[in-house]
Write a new protein. Sequence first.
Length: 165
Amino acid sequence: MNPAPAGKLSRGVALKAYAEGRDTIIVFDNGVEQVRAGGSRAWRNNNPGNMRNYAFSKGRGSIGEAGGFAVFKSESDGMSALKALLRTRTYQSLNILDAISRYAPPNENNTAGYQKFIESATGIQGTTMMNALSGLQLDKVTLAIRRIEGWQIGLVSLRMALSKP
């Protein structure tokens, strides 16, 4: 790949994404590729909740997969997908503690620590039902998930993709 010429740095529309080693590459319709390096996987993938690339994520705008997780066009798209997941009937019928247990199961996470962090970071009791949360409270929960999932900003560079014969 060649570095993008100075006049060609506008990105266009994100079409797909893939992993290149530990980096995440987002490919745009104008031939520019955004290389997201360093930082956390959540940041590199524009996926604040580290959602897997399953049908739900694909239906909410995932454009690919890197490191086993969905890649979204932007952080706001990833945050919208996380909020949409927490607004599903499955999650809305649970209290916060049970929702976190489902979202971050013990076979993959320190669920008890995750639950305590969410309660502490939001100031909302874990026994509060998800369907009782206001929009502001849901924002607090999703931002706390983003924090506990390790959101760390890395470096972004742009390059032009080599044209294929």
